[in-house]
Design a protein around this ligand. Sequence first.
Ligand SMILES: Cc1cc2nc3c(=O)[nH]c(=O)nc-3n(C[C@H](O)[C@H](O)[C@H](O)COP(=O)(O)OP(=O)(O)OC[C@H]3O[C@@H](n4cnc5c(N)ncnc54)[C@H](O)[C@@H]3O)c2cc1C
Length: 398
Amino acid sequence: MDFQPSEQMTVILDMVDRFVDEVLIPLEGEWLHGDPATLAGEIEHARERVRQMGLFSPNHPVELGGLGLSMVDHGLLSEAMGRSPLGHVVFNAQAPDAGNIEILHRHATDEQRERWLRPLVEGRIRSCFSMTEPELPGSNPVMMATTAVLDGDEWVIDGQKWFTSSADGSAFAIVMAVTDPDAPPHQRASMIIVPTDTPGFELVRNVSVMGHTGSGHASHAEISYQHCRVPATNLLGPRGAGFSIAQERLGPGRIHHCMRWLGIARRSLELMCRRANERPISPTGERLADRQVIQHWAAELDVAIRAARLSVLHAAWMIDQHGAKAARDEISGIKFFVADVMLRAVDTAIQVHGALGVTDDTVLAYWYRHERAARIYDGADEVHKTSLGRHVLGRYRS
Ligand SMILES: Cc1cc2nc3c(=O)[nH]c(=O)nc-3n(C[C@H](O)[C@H](O)[C@H](O)COP(=O)(O)OP(=O)(O)OC[C@H]3O[C@@H](n4cnc5c(N)ncnc54)[C@H](O)[C@@H]3O)c2cc1C
């Protein structure tokens, strides 16, 4: 098992690190405080530079214009992009588009590829994924109330969804709906592409999360589907295959999040150490970094981040060698382990920054608000621990 990047990958990682440091991090202040309209222009400019570097949509197969990376290389790249919250958006590697691109690539018809997949990969449109419902447990989505009924050559969709991330401004949603209520539970639902300008698609509100109502890419929408009619040809993949396709999407999606979280953890440690080295703590010229407690935090986080990185790269290696199904336990393990390390890194860095840490003058408070959800989405901690724990106990059952 060798995680040494190739020469070409070393060059790419260096380019991304420099781009994040020199272009994206300087934009963060304006992004946290500034005028979204001004910033939209700057982000588009940065995206154009990434296109010119040949690194736009890097995580996709070569036939889609991506770099055709192994999962291990994807992990290394994602950590580098994840050091800024603008990274994945500017490189066009952001959720939920990345996952939607993967399932469209595998399951879309030629017509769907032309209309939805191509502009998504080229970064001309955005998309969202609409599965979770407010009244039923997202942890067990076979309990789903949204229905799609075939009426002639159209699906008629009715239901209520929420936490459809990025719906605001998206061109289309991939909607999970029950199409076959009498089938076995895991074959009842299908995926259907719904353009967001379809009559009956109503974005009720962008849900306020931890005191902030995001917009555009940073939003989480509640959506009402009321007699929403789309052509029967908008079915994505086979009828009744919604859950199996969702599983295909969520497996790699989980490791993508873990890779991004490593970038957040690394940057939090960087910010924490820089602050501790500079901040005077006594009139005799001592710095925060001279205190043993801070040194212990730095040591503990450094080791935790390295352990998390190796666990993620190992899970990525398992996927590269044996496929996502064989790596199920490794993915479950890193999903809760890396979320915990990342949240601890953000929290400790805030503590070292004192009052500054809870302001929006650094990126830390943004991450504290946004990334708490890491322990909930794509499988709550408890769900992954139960799954992994059962398998671990099973190993020792005679
Ligand atoms: C920031 C964010 C973005 C999201 N983006 C999307 C999106 O784009 N599209 C989409 O469709 N959904 C999205 N979601 C929804 C997400 O998938 C669900 O929140 C998640 O599946 C959990 O479902 P729930 O919120 O209904 O919680 P519930 O299922 O009600 O679970 C609540 C809690 O119960 C516990 N629990 C649940 N099951 C078990 C179990 N088996 N054993 C032990 N304890 C358990 C866990 O602690 C869990 O956190 C997003 C959520 C967040 C927070």
